[in-house]
Design a protein around this ligand. Structure first.
Ligand SMILES: Cc1cc2nc3c(=O)[nH]c(=O)nc-3n(C[C@H](O)[C@H](O)[C@H](O)COP(=O)(O)O)c2cc1C
Length: 354
């Protein structure tokens, strides 16, 4: 059924469809249809999954950038997600880049985006989360899992890289009481210069500073780092060393790629689309390779959330066998539709039985 709906939706601009689809779901939930939707999208029960002490009802989450402003948590929980990573959130609100800035590549099962961290700013997002937490408490000691919420944090475009740590600090402090884990995002290709922060010394400065603040809290929250799939082996080794050195709680592998090799979409179309991060099927292989490499090199001591090209249960199983603790979907959600979590979980249960 979604294949037919998708044909129609794909006739309209992707960003407009994104808001239309999620706002429609919000209306349905507000009209009291949430219970019905919840039962039709409910994934099969599985053993719970863990990331450190955090407990997840199921291992399928939604990647950052889909619900940047924490506006659709109820709706995403209704669709069966085990966790949602909100953000990337920056200290000040940002409009992001000019539109159009999101493009479909149907021949490749992919998207290209150059959103540029459009978001409502940490104050507004925190207020929304505070409201959500009135009824959905944060997980403190591995208690029963509700929807787990990750806070993905970044820096404003106008903040120079040498001051980036201050932006991360602001977002970290504001969101700390309201999220279950944090992701430090230095890997988006759409904020000029951001990816330079993946260099070891810059990373050390930001992450150690956040760890220090974290350790002064009554309840420290797991801090993960999200990396680009375009890092060289040397850079990945640096990330691994640093993760061990400062006892990072995990890595999110990976963000979108700037690589355009091997695509079916014609070159002139790609040129017309222009700059941005490529996501979906073309990043699957590289992301899995990095998950595997990191798991092997660290003996599994650095937990991984895998992101990149997950559309089906087989894709999720590939990431889990490569060593990931959890998986996230984004582009797959657009192509496979609202039953993606249920389908992945059904498939994983089948694969486990086989
Ligand atoms: C439109 C769009 C916006 C995104 N925004 C963010 C973001 O703000 N922060 C972030 O860390 N990742 C962002 N991502 C990257 C995704 O979270 C994910 O890591 C990436 O798309 C690879 O997964 P996929 O192949 O399942 O889409 C965005 C991706 C897309 C397609």
């Amino acid at each position: 059924m979604y294949v037919t709906l998708r044909k129609l939706l794909f006739k309209f601009p992707p960003e407009a469809v994104h808001y239309f689809a999620m706002n429609s779901l919000q209306v349905l939930c507000s009209l009291g249809l949430g219970g019905m939707l919840r039962s039709s999208f409910r994934p099969p029960q599985s053993a719970s999954f863990n990331l450190g002490k955090l407990v997840f009802n199921n291992p399928v989450g939604l990647g950052a950038g889909f619900d940047k402003n924490a506006r659709w948590l109820r709706e995403l929980e209704t669709l069966g997600f085990g966790f949602v990573e909100i953000g990337t959130v920056t200290p000040l609100p940002q409009a992001g880049n000019d539109k159009p800035r999101l493009f479909r590549l149907p021949e490749d099962g992919a998207l290209i985006n150059r959103m540029g961290f459009n978001n409502d700013g940490v104050e507004v997002v925190t207020a929304r989360l505070r409201k959500w937490r009135e009824k959905h408490p944060v997980q403190l000691k591995g208690d029963k899992a509700g929807l787990v919420i990750g806070g993905n944090i970044g820096k404003n475009k106008v903040t120079p890289n040498e001051d980036a740590w201050k932006d991360y600090e602001i977002c970290f402090k504001e969101l700390h009481p309201y999220v279950d884990y944090f992701v430090v995002n230095v890997s988006s290709p759409n904020t000029p210069g951001l990816r330079e922060l993946q260099e070891k010394e810059s990373l050390r400065r930001i992450l150690m500073h956040l760890q220090m603040i974290n350790n002064s809290k009554a309840h420290a929250k797991p801090i993960l780092l999200k990396i680009a799939p375009d890092l060289t082996i040397g850079q990945i080794d640096d990330v691994i060393d640093l993760s061990m050195e400062i006892q990072l709680d995990g890595l999110v592998i990976s963000n979108t790629t700037i690589n355009r090799n091997g695509l079916q979409t014609p070159g002139d179309q790609l040129e017309k689309i222009g700059a941005g991060g490529l996501s979906g099927k073309p990043v699957r292989g590289r992301s899995t390779e990095i998950v595997e490499y990191v798991t092997r090199k660290t003996n599994g001591t650095v937990p991984v959330i895998a992101s990149g090209g997950i559309f089906t249960a087989a894709d999720a199983a590939e990431k889990l066998s490569a060593g990931a603790a959890l998986v996230q979907v984004w582009t797959g959600f657009v192509y496979e539709g609202p039953s993606i979590v249920k389908k992945i979980m059904q498939g994983l249960v089948q694969l486990r039985k086989a």
